[in-house]
Design a protein around this ligand. Structure first.
Ligand code: ADP
Ligand code: MG
Length: 235
C-alpha cells in the first residue's frame, strides 16, 4: 500500500498582494477521507487559499506540508467554470489521462468515468456544446478518472441552477465515498450543510473557525460566523 499524501499540515500561512494580506496567518490540518468546506463571503480569500494549497500560488509566508513529496501528482482541481478542450467529452478525459502519464486502458477509463457521472450518452459530443451543468460533470469525471487522493473544488456549482447543482453535489459525495478527500469552497450555507464534515470559515483573509459541521452551524464561536450563518454578513 502506497502511503497517503495526507494529512496536510498548514502553518502560519499568509499571502499578500502588495500591502494587502489576502490570507493572514492560517493554521490547520486536513485529514484523510474528509469533506472539508472552506466557507466565507465573496472576497474572503477562499479561491486564493485553495490555489495556495494546490500549489498554483506560492505563499508569502508560512508552510504547506504534505505527508509525501510527490503530493502534487495526487491532486486534481475543478473550477467554477469548467475548462473544456475543443474535443469530445470522452477525448477531454482521455487527454487528461495522457497528460498525467497513464498509458494503459485510457479509453476504458474515460468511458467508466463518464458512466460514473451519468454522461455515457454524451461521450462523442463536443464538450463545448454541452450545457454548463454537463460540462461541470465532464470536468468532475475528468478529475475523478485521475483517481486523485485530494480533489479541490472552487465554487463548482456557483454558475449552475438547482437541478444541476444537485447532480454535482451527488457526484462529489460519490467521489468522496471512493476515498478521495474533498476540499471545496462555497459561499452557500445550504450547500455547506449538505456536504461538509468540517467547515473552515474564512472572513477577510482570516481563518475564524475550524470546526466539525455540526458544531459550526449550531454553536459558532465567533460573531462573524454567527452573522454569516444568519445571512447577515455579506462581506
Ligand atoms: N492577484 C490578485 N491581485 C490583487 N488582489 C487579489 C488577487 N487575488 C486575490 N485578490 C484579492 O484577494 C481577496 C480574496 O480573493 P478570493 O480568494 O478570490 O476571494 P473569494 O474566493 O473568497 O471570493 C479579494 O479581495 C481579491 O480582490
Ligand atoms: Mg472565489
Amino acid at each position: 500500500m502506497v502511503e497517503s499524501i495526507l494529512p496536510l499540515s498548514v502553518r502560519s500561512l499568509s499571502y499578500s498582494v502588495g500591502a494587502v494580506e489576502v490570507i493572514r496567518d492560517a493554521s490547520f490540518a486536513i485529514e484523510r477521507g474528509s469533506r472539508n468546506i472552506v466557507l466565507g463571503a465573496n472576497g474572503a480569500g477562499k479561491s486564493v487559499l485553495l490555489r495556495l494549497l494546490h500549489g498554483l500560488l506560492l505563499p508569502s509566508g508560512g508552510q504547506i506540508k504534505w505527508a509525501r513529496a510527490d503530493a502534487k501528482f495526487k491532486q486534481a482541481m475543478v473550477f467554477q467554470r469548467p475548462v473544456m478542450l475543443r474535443r469530445t467529452a470522452r477525448e477531454n478525459i482521455e487527454f487528461a489521462l495522457q497528460v498525467a502519464g497513464r498509458e494503459k486502458n485510457i479509453s476504458h477509463a474515460a468511458r467508466a468515468a463518464l458512466e460514473s457521472v451519468g454522461l455515457t450518452h454524451l461521450a462523442d459530443r463536443p464538450a463545448r456544446l454541452c450545457s454548463g451543468g454537463e460540462q461541470q460533470r465532464i470536468a468532475l469525471a475528468r478529475a475523478w478518472a485521475l483517481v486523485p487522493e485530494v480533489l479541490f473544488l472552487d465554487e463548482p456549482t456557483a454558475s449552475l441552477d438547482p437541478t444541476a447543482t444537485k447532480a454535482i453535489e451527488e457526484i462529489i459525495a460519490a467521489i468522496n465515498n471512493t476515498g478521495t478527500t474533498i476540499i471545496m469552497t462555497t459561499h452557500d450555507i445550504g450547500q455547506a450543510k449538505r456536504i461538509a464534515h468540517r467547515v473552515l470559515f474564512l472572513h477577510r483573509g482570516r481563518l475564524m473557525e475550524d470546526a466539525l459541521a455540526g458544531h459550526f452551524f449550531t454553536e459558532p464561536q465567533s460573531p462573524e460566523a454567527a452573522a454569516f450563518i444568519k445571512g447577515e454578513l455579506l462581506w
